[in-house]
Design a protein around this ligand. Sequence first.
Ligand SMILES: Nc1nc2c(ncn2[C@@H]2O[C@H](COP(=O)(O)OP(=O)(O)OP(=O)(O)O)[C@@H](O)[C@H]2O)c(=O)[nH]1
Length: 396
Amino acid sequence: MKLVAIGAGQAGGKVLDRLLEHDARHPGTFLAHAVAVNTAEPDLQALDAVPEESRLLIGQSTVGGHGTGTDPETGRECAREAESEIQSAIDHAPTSSIDGFVVIAGLGGGTGSGAAPVIAERLRAVYAEPVYGLGILPTADEGGLYSRNAADSLQAFVGATDGLLVFDNDAFKSSGETLSEGYGAINEEIATRFGTLFSAGELEALGDDIAESVVDASEIINTLEGLVSVGYASEELPDDAGDDGGLLGRVLGGSDDDSIGSDAVVQIPALVRRAALGKLTLPCNLASTSKALLIVAGPPEHLSRKGIDNARSWLESEIDCREVRAGDYPLPDADRVAALVVLSGVTDVPRIDRMQSQAVDAETAETSEAESEDAMQDLIEYGDDSDGDGATDGHT
Ligand SMILES: Nc1nc2c(ncn2[C@@H]2O[C@H](COP(=O)(O)OP(=O)(O)OP(=O)(O)O)[C@@H](O)[C@H]2O)c(=O)[nH]1
């Protein structure tokens, strides 16, 4: 599907950078235009793939190019003041031929979490195409302030979009390295999963001879709603899979019903099970899914129709949901077969419940700190006035 992508804040810009690189490595292009918006000048300068003319510094008169210091209210204000500038940066794109928009942001900080819902709302008011969000949740150990920012922003962002794709840093951080050391691998994971989803619907690159089974943009649009989580698994093809797939297929169990003749070397239902039951971008209870989409990508000779149908039936029973679409994404030169499982409208998400209680705890702690500061102030002021001797009580 053809998209205009807007990255807000540092994480939003960095993920946009990775998506542009992913797009450049694959046939066709799903990114019609990319704009990075930030209140921090150094973050914009540090981007690689976003063209310089598409980097927009906002809120200069408020924060002087130094970022919001983790304050979403400032991020929101800066985005509101710059709405028309953001709009003109987006209007450089041929918006008449696109399928939708995606606004990307880390929700724990100030700029992205405050600005992303404002930008999404504006796009929705101006254009007829759907507007999606890609929201990144902070890790639990980033603390209460980040959780509170993310909990507030998540609520506003999901309301401002036609579907919010969520990626939880907490689920993907690896032990033994700091979060910032791990961002490279995490961002690659984000680009692989969401890049595969968006490029799957981009049919131009496939030429005129497109099979009916190929996923198109309308199937993606009809699936995305509410909170969206994505599972992914892939399997590398042996070097000689293309040359002697028949023999290898038989050796690896190619006589199984899920293969196309004897050529399939990857058992698609097993791959789909790994994708759905493995790490999801937003860990959730699969049974709470309202719509799902299954995409199997790889060289066409390895995409067994029967295998995909069997995998779809398994997914339908596993998530107890009738609206499960499935299709393939032919990539003639790929060296692997990949399964992408898109779970849309999920409602049972313990991670979000935990983040919300961490946010409430942070708020309670802040309130009681403010109350004790007030009480201390009252005490001191009372002391000032109590004996009228001009000295603070207890210090006479
Ligand atoms: N996945 C991922 N998350 C990131 C990255 N950089 C920052 N984050 C996370 O995103 C959240 C927000 O951080 P930033 O994007 O730096 O904040 P910002 O939106 O620029 O806002 P301010 O700097 O506070 O004005 C935090 O929870 C970070 O852990 C990144 O490269 N990848």
